[in-house]
Ligand binder design. Structure first.
Ligand SMILES: [Mg+2]
Length: 300
């Protein structure tokens, strides 16, 4: 295809989100359990409530929002921030460090696309909060390859219901308030929550921003890459763009699935992990990618 625009999902498309997040979150909860004595299963189930309330499984201020942790520290905020929050955060980051690596060939492929098609924008479109998405792309070393990032609203800062005090360490709060963009030179767009996939409005906004929305031929020159047949491929088809299915992103480890289930909002399990979908009515992509680099075969 003659390509004018490349749009890609992030989680489970450019890197293994499920392994990264489930493993890092597991060590976080274990750490909080060992500090406070509150059982893991209880922390996991309370996490699900918090994620549901904040509309994101990647809500970064989770620990201080857990009711049992809040009760454990009573009004001793400083101790809570110093102990459970800080140590939980640190073990999460330490674990994440080794797991935030792109899938094989992703970096090289993006580099090659930049070289061969310097005028073609590469856009990241995700349901993750914009800040979290850019944080991950930055850690993955992929941020410089993108010309824009489209994500959902940034996380809400938690405050205490009793006295209104902000429940975040001042230094970390500052980072969030500055909405750090990690030195990114491209365009950042924050989409309303109701633009979440599998709705078409997020991708439609991307097309409109690039003036590729009107003409069906233009839309056919857009390639949209994602790991989820129903969510990603399906929505691309509805908009008439070419779809590439990152089939390597499908979750195959039942243990990770079980762990994800313990803390994920139930409606979100299928949002955050894709599964082998043998159903005959599953949307069929234009292109199957065994590896991200297969994308290069379809571009000219
Ligand atoms: Mg995905």
């Amino acid at each position: 295809m003659h390509v004018k625009l490349i749009v890609t999902d992030i989680d489970n498309t450019v890197f293994d989100w499920v392994t990264y997040y489930v493993r890092s979150f597991q060590v976080l909860l274990k750490e909080v359990e060992s500090i406070t004595g509150i059982p893991y299963v209880q922390l996991a189930s309370e996490s699900r409530e918090v994620f549901t309330r904040h509309g994101s499984i990647e809500y970064p201020f989770l620990i201080q929002e857990l009711p049992s942790v809040d009760a454990y520290y009573a009004d001793d905020f400083d101790r809570m921030l110093m102990e459970a929050v800080d140590r939980g955060r640190k073990v999460f980051l330490k674990n994440a460090e080794s797991m935030l690596v792109p899938y094989r060939g992703v970096r090289e492929t993006l580099e090659e696309i930049r070289r061969r098609f310097p005028e073609v924008p590469i856009v990241a479109l995700t349901d993750a909060p914009r800040y979290v998405a850019m944080w991950k792309l930055n850690k993955l070393g992929l941020l410089p390859y993108f010309s824009s990032v489209y994500g959902l609203a940034d996380p809400r800062i938690p405050t205490c219901e009793r006295n209104g005090r902000v429940k975040v360490d001042p230094e970390i709060l500052l980072k969030h308030l500055q909405q750090s963009n990690f030195g990114f030179k491209g365009r950042i767009r924050i989409l309303p929550d109701e633009y979440e996939k599998p709705g078409t409005r997020g991708l439609k906004t991307v097309l409109m921003d690039h003036s590729l929305d009107e003409d069906p031929a233009d839309r056919g020159s857009v390639i949209w890459v994602g790991d989820n047949l129903r969510k990603d491929v399906g929505l691309g088809q509805r908009l008439g763009v070419r779809t590439a299915w990152a089939k390597y992103g499908v979750l195959s480890d039942p243990e990770l699935y079980r762990l994800l289930h313990e803390f994920s909002p139930l409606a979100n399990v299928h949002k955050n992990a894709s599964f082998a979908d043998g159903a005959l009515d599953a949307p069929q992509p234009n292109h199957n990618l065994e590896e991200f680099s297969d994308l290069l075969k379809f571009l000219r």
